[in-house]
Write a protein that binds this ligand. Sequence first.
Ligand SMILES: Cc1cc2nc3c(=O)[nH]c(=O)nc-3n(C[C@H](O)[C@H](O)[C@H](O)COP(=O)(O)O)c2cc1C
Length: 770
Amino acid sequence: MLIEKLNGKVVKSGNFCDTYNPVFFRICSEGRDKDDLMHLLETNTDIKVHDTITAQLKELVKTRKPSFRLSPAQIEEEIISHLNGINITEYGVWVYYPWKETLVHILDKNEFIELRTNRNKYKITDEEQETLGGKKVGIIGLSVGQSIALTFAMERICGELRLADFDTADLSNLNRLRTGVANIGIKKTVIAAREIMEMDPYLNIKLFDNGINEGNIVDFMCDGGKLDLLVEVCDGIDIKILSRYKARELGIPVIMDTNDRGMLDVERFDLEPSRPVLHGLAEGLDPNTIKGLSNEDKVPFILNLVGIDTISSRLKASMMEVEQSLSTWPQLASSVTLGGALTTDVSRRILLGLFHDSGRYYVDFDELIKNKPSETDGTDVKNYFGPDEMDWATLELIAAKYKPIGISSHIGADDLNTLLNAACLAPSGGNAQPWKFLYKNDRIFIIHDEHFSYSLLDFRNEGSYLGFGAMLENIAIAASAYNIPANVEVFPVKDDMRLIAVVSFGHVVLSHALNYLSPVIGSRVTNRNTGERKLLDKEDKLALESLAEFIPGAKLQLYEEISQLAEFANELTNAERIRILNPRGHFDTFIREIRFNRLQTEATSDGMDIETLNMSKSEKAGLQIASDPVAIEFLNKLQKGTGFKKISHKPIMTSSCIGVLSMDGNDAYHFLQGGRATEIVWLEANRRGISLQPVSAAIFLLSRYLHGNKSDFNHFEQSELNSINKNLNRLMDLPHGRYPVFIFRLFYADQPKERALRRPLKKVFFEDRF
Ligand SMILES: Cc1cc2nc3c(=O)[nH]c(=O)nc-3n(C[C@H](O)[C@H](O)[C@H](O)COP(=O)(O)O)c2cc1C
């Protein structure tokens, strides 16, 4: 590396140094410049000299007389007159670029600016150009910021640029950073500054190459004069907030480009001193509160700031792949280049006082430039909603098909309520509560309302029947515990399976050996918390296994080896992934099932309240991103989405064991019976302080895959389901003739803070006393 003392400064040459200031030699004037330049050239024979001063002068004289067609001789004359006796070699400035070891001969400042901005006219007038030349702009973050800085410099919409970034260029930055491979490892500030100095060495540049922090933000904004505009395009939310609070305090307008869908934010703190930062989207965040937030806690704020629903589907899909198949989210050169253009255009108008508003704007190419809608668009939109909700008349029609055996006695309101409450406390897939009750002719008719359960997972209503089985067990236990002489007939109308059961009332109370479980009916819960892995006691295991067999044909198998848990985790979570990636499964999950906030939860009192899902703030935010069907369709095409496996992976791995409840058949009746056995195991487990969470998507998905229409799944989904099926069968190792009807995990953990709601009785119970 060459180290020279030039113009009184120590100058290091070569790329691998932090120099970004060129050295100026004005050799026609008195001073040491000529000697220094001579010395530089004598001691460095490698220096490349680029002298185009004659061409520049030719252009200058021509642009000054645009209405003349000057002949070569006239141009020559004009130049001679312009030089006014000065030797052309000594005219203007010799600029030495140490990092390029190149010496360039250019016009001096005023003529240089005049000629370099000549083609801006009159999109930018001379007066405007001069005004802009006095402006100071700060740019924080030099990814899109580099494109902005270069465009600002090229258009010359400011006279001073302060550039802040702490990073160096990596090869993976070069997809959007306008620089060459020889600059890998060089600071991004230095790269940008050099590019700018090479196009216009007369601009003032100040670098903050440790980035911005509380210690230097005031210097950044004020040292050498207050900024006229702040361009904030960094990744860190702390700095986004800190810089805005400072900018607002100092009355500096802020502009931000987010290089997705051409999103641009303008905040006119110069005109609106009390404007909430980031249009109020950063509510709850200030430079002090942000300090206490973990990275995890910041994610929802960040997503709120960028607008979780408005980011592009491709970005959403990519975000879901971060730390799966991607190391970080994507940024494209085209977006970054657009960001440079947008920000420069709007900044120029702000700096010239031509644009005054604050707001968020989009220049979204996908929206602006797209195929005309074709006639077939919209015709294949699938409707995954099921049949309409049953009304009273339909319930009556179904009940009318029932042919009573014997008589039923009237039941008092208290007993009726006891049974109905126990019934409604049953678990149901997705908390769909696909039930309706009709009290008629002194009987309770329990009817399946498919409107609520119609879904990818509920193939042949198997999931629903499982839940109804649990309900019938609750009714039987409660009846015995409260001395209610109830008698249950299951599927009494063979050609209408919607009538799940009819409860009649006689005089004899059927004693249930497990009626001590009655108090647990109200506290039984799906726990999705994660605890420390602790094996079940032998006695607990034996009790659960033998209680399952209380229901004829039912059997419970427990798998507790960690290697078995790992294999179950892999297969069961893969089934959950396929459910989310499948268009209908996605619709079920996000449109029908999940309630994203209290308002939604309370509006229906069914579905999955996000607060019961034991998710961190960032996981909840992730779920919101995953609700975009276009993003998911894209991930499905890529056969990705492995991030969804994370949701249940840790919970399974920290469980005591996986339980598989199997039956000796797999028709509707067996699922109903399986539900009874499941409820007994669930109640007993909870009674013993053991938590239970179903992880059953695989069973119900596989049922559709194996016995239903293959076209419900694409090739990728089919191949994954095929492998899940093979691996689960090997893992469960059930004897021939046994069928899994429910899979769950058993574990020790804190009780859930929120409980799943139930629809009020008045919405599910109808009474016909006539
Ligand atoms: C057939 C069936 C399948 C279920 N599958 C799952 C599941 O895969 N994951 C899960 O967390 N809960 C599952 N559940 C539990 C329900 O979501 C839960 O019962 C419902 O939200 C009501 O909450 P509760 O059980 O706390 O009363 C399932 C329940 C049933 C009956």
